[in-house]
Structures are given as C-alpha cells and as structure tokens.
Ligand binder design. Structure first.
Ligand code: HAM
Length: 427
C-alpha cells in the first residue's frame, strides 16, 4: 500500500446492496424461483462477459444499447469483449453451443447483473439485475400466454399492485420491412418536424422513432401509419389467439400500438408491465417473441419467447407500495457474560442449532458488558436474548428473555430452553 489517500468510491450507477436490503432481495428472488419452478423452468448460468460481436449481431448495431451503452474493452489477447447488457444473447449462444435446442423444447431462466452505460437516475443504473426467462422451440401463442400468466401470478404472489400490462404485435420481419418503407415515406414528408435523434433513426431504425418521448414529436407520431394496419395475417391470428387466452384467464391488458421495444430481435408479440409509481423508469418487466434470433446466431431455425424483469425496479415498487417481504433477522441472540460463559458460548450455540432446526442464532463475540451485549442483541433484530452468565454456567442453566415487550427473564435447563425455542419457532 502506498500513501493513504481519499476514499475510493463505487462507480457511478453501480450500487452496493447493503445487508439491510439483501433480505428483501433474497425473498423476492425466492418467490420468483418458486413461480418459475411451478411452470417447469430450469436455471441456466452464463458468463458475464461475451464476445462483443454477439451483442452487436443480436441486439442490433443501431440500437441505443449497442451504439452507446455497452462496456466494451479489449482483453489482454486483443479480443473485444463486452460486459453483458442483457441475457438473451448469451442464453441463445449457450443453447446453440451445447446443443440444447436439437429436437427439443427448452424452458430456461437466469438471474444476475447486467451492465449498460446509461445516464443513472432513479430506477436506471449502470449495473442492474435481471431475472430473465427464455423458452425455445414453441411457435404458438400458448407459450406467449404462459409466460405472461406466469408474470401475473408472480405479481399476485408478491402482493404487487399497480402494474399494467401493455401488449403489441410487431408482425413478421417481412411485414415490418414493408411497414418500415411506409413509415420512412411518412416521416420523410415531415422531416423538418423530426428531432435530431429521429432524423438519425429515419435512415437506420425508423420504428424506434415511434418510441420517442420528445413531447414536440407526439402529434406527428400519433398521426403516423400504424403497424397494426399492416400486419401479416398469420401474425394477426397469433396475436388474436394470445389475446383470447389472456381474456379467458382474466388478465387485463392494453394494446399499445407504439410499443416497439429497444432491441432488434423481436417479432410478433411484445409486452411490458409498467407502473406510473416509479417516475420515468416505469417498466418493471418486458419481453416478447424473437423467432429469428437462434438461426441468425448460427443455430437451426427455432422459435423463441422470453422476458426479463428488472429487480431494482420491482423491489423499489414493492417498497413503495409497502408490501415488500420482511427481512429475516435472527430469532435469538446469545449473551455471554464472564470468562467461563465466553468459552462455552460457541459450543452451546452449536448444540442449540443442532437441536432446534431452522433456529437463527447470533452468538455474542468480542466480549462486552451485559448492557452493551443487550444493545447488540436489540440491534440484531432478534426476538429473544439467551443469557449465559457465571451463575448459569455453574448451575447448567440458561436465561431467556423476550427483547420486545417487558416480560421477565426466566431461567431454564438446556433441555427446557431447547423445548421453549422449538415452541417459539413454531408459532
Ligand atoms: P429490456 O427491456 O432491455 O429487455 O430490459 C428488461 C428490464 O430490465 C426492463 O424492463 C427494466 O425493468 C430492467 N432494466 C433495463 N435497463 C435497466 C437499467 N439501466 N437499470 C435498471 N433496470 C433496467 C431485455 O433485456 C431483454 N433481454 C428481455 C428479453 C428476454 N426478451 C426476450 N427475452
């Protein structure tokens, strides 16, 4: 180490998730795992780094992500690598590479950090976490419906309200290409009303103009020809069948003809779950169908459907609504006063954990007065203090005192204490 210097701080837009927050994260993750298991999805884990080319090819060269947001660098061999901005590309790569798509369907999910060099603000970070879901080999609207119903079930299980489902169909690549020409003709005729971003997109990705949030452009966008009016018949039927399944299941949605998504691989169904409780970054979960991507990345033609939910946004919304799960704190804190108690404490802790399955017990370490240990016990969030002092050591007993309310301390034998803890845990 050289000279002491100014504290090194975290990178802007990359958050520490502190111990007081990780409890909620773990419980939300566990709830998602349960729901995914209930639909027969299996976990896949991919590397955080992939070859840059993978993202350029799959997400699209003229998307915001690839143009301006990727963390790309040359490694020591001179290969261009990128920290994954999303999980679909890597998941497809892994499936092709390991032959997971040969004559079989797959239902997969993954969880982890993603990296985008966006302008940080509430709900928008440079490292953020997604739980992503991808299904391969199923072309019909049933799998679209399954995943949307799965997300709706998840919201229900988490007690999440105030998220609304938006749906659209982007049609086939051919229908989109024809529509693209119509759109280019329309916007070209009004070129003087396009902002700088949209002028650029006119030549590269005109559908994205529809996504513009610029208030000055809204009237122009509103009057633009609608993709829905230029959809191919099969896509129309696919979309109608999906809507009928959602209607039958009682899931409400709004068809939003302007929903186009920021990644190039989508076709046919796209969807987003949005809320207006999180300010500008209100999309909690988003995805859709991407039938062309597997083949485009070198696999056999394979239909695919998937989505990802943003954990930071989902958790912020749960906290905002006051329905976030309570973090799991310790049940009990073992206070150790005196040299003999300090020696016996860790071993007593082992015996208690053996005897009381599920017991979350913190054993005092580092000494301290009776009072200071009780303070620590209080701060640990534990419901009970267990007390081992000289007297208890001499008599083979253990004190137990609730930390909330003012019930008195009682003295029990170890066997009685174990029985009491079991009983308390069952409540
Ligand atoms: P995406 O719309 O780019 O889609 O991201 C999905 C979700 O990740 C967003 O709705 C949002 O909740 C969260 N998210 C995205 N960027 C940020 C950010 N900078 N900070 C915080 N949260 C963020 C995809 O990534 C696709 N791979 C989804 C998919 C899977 N489509 C098919 N399969």
């Amino acid at each position: 180490m050289s000279q002491p210097s100014k504290n090194v701080q975290a990178i802007r837009g990359m958050n520490d998730i502190l111990p007081e927050q990780t409890g909620v994260w773990q419980q939300v993750e566990a709830a998602v795992r349960n729901v995914l298991a209930a639909y027969g999805y299996s976990e896949i884990r991919m590397p955080l780094l992939e070859k840059t080319e993978l993202f350029k090819r799959s997400i699209g060269e003229v998307t915001d992500i690839v143009e301006k947001e990727m963390y790309t660098f040359d490694d020591r061999n001179g290969d261009s690598l990128t920290l994954r901005p999303e999980g679909t590309a890597g998941c497809v790569r892994a499936c092709i590479e390991h032959g997971l798509l040969h004559n079989q369907t797959q239902r997969l999910w993954y969880m982890g950090p993603m990296f985008r060099h966006e302008r940080p603000q509430k709900g928008r970070y440079r490292q953020f976490h997604q739980i992503g879901v991808e299904a391969f080999g199923m072309a019909g609207p049933d799998i679209d419906a399954e995943q949307i119903l799965m997300t709706a079930r998840l919201w229900k299980q988490l007690g999440l309200r105030e998220v609304h489902l938006e749906l659209n169909s982007l049609g086939t690549a051919a229908a989109r290409a024809a529509y693209r020409d119509i759109l280019v003709a329309y916007f070209s005729a009004h070129r003087e009303r396009l902002d700088e971003d949209s002028q650029r997109r006119l030549g590269s990705n005109p559908l994205r103009i529809l996504d513009s949030k610029n208030p000055d452009m809204q009237a122009l966008i509103e009057a633009a020809p609608k993709l829905a009016e230029h959809l191919d018949t099969e896509s129309q039927e696919h979309f109608a069948a999906l809507r009928a399944m959602l209607d039958a299941a009682g899931v409400a949605y709004r068809v939003n003809p302007r929903l186009v998504r920021g990644l190039d691989y989508y076709g046919r169904t796209v969807f987003e779950w949005v809320t207006d409780r999180l300010g500008a970054q209100g999309t909690v979960c988003a995805g859709g169908r991407y039938d062309g991507l597997v083949e485009f990345l070198g696999g056999r033609p394979t239909p695919a459907f998937g989505f990802a939910l943003g954990l930071e946004r989902l958790i912020a919304l749960l906290i905002d609504l006051g329905v976030h799960p309570q973090p799991e704190t310790a049940h009990a804190y073992l206070v150790l006063v005196g040299a003999a108690a300090e020696r016996q404490g860790p071993v007593l802790g082992e015996r208690l954990r053996d005897a009381v399955p599920g017991l979350r017990l913190q054993v005092n370490c580092g000494g301290g007065s009776f009072k200071s240990q009780f303070k620590r016990a209080d701060r640990s969030g534990a419901a009970w203090a267990l007390i081992l002092g000289d007297e208890e050591v001499a008599n083979g007993r253990l004190g137990i005192k609730p930390l909330r309310g003012d019930a008195a301390q009682v003295s029990l034998s170890e066997a009685e204490a174990i029985a009491r803890l079991r009983e308390l845990l069952e409540r």
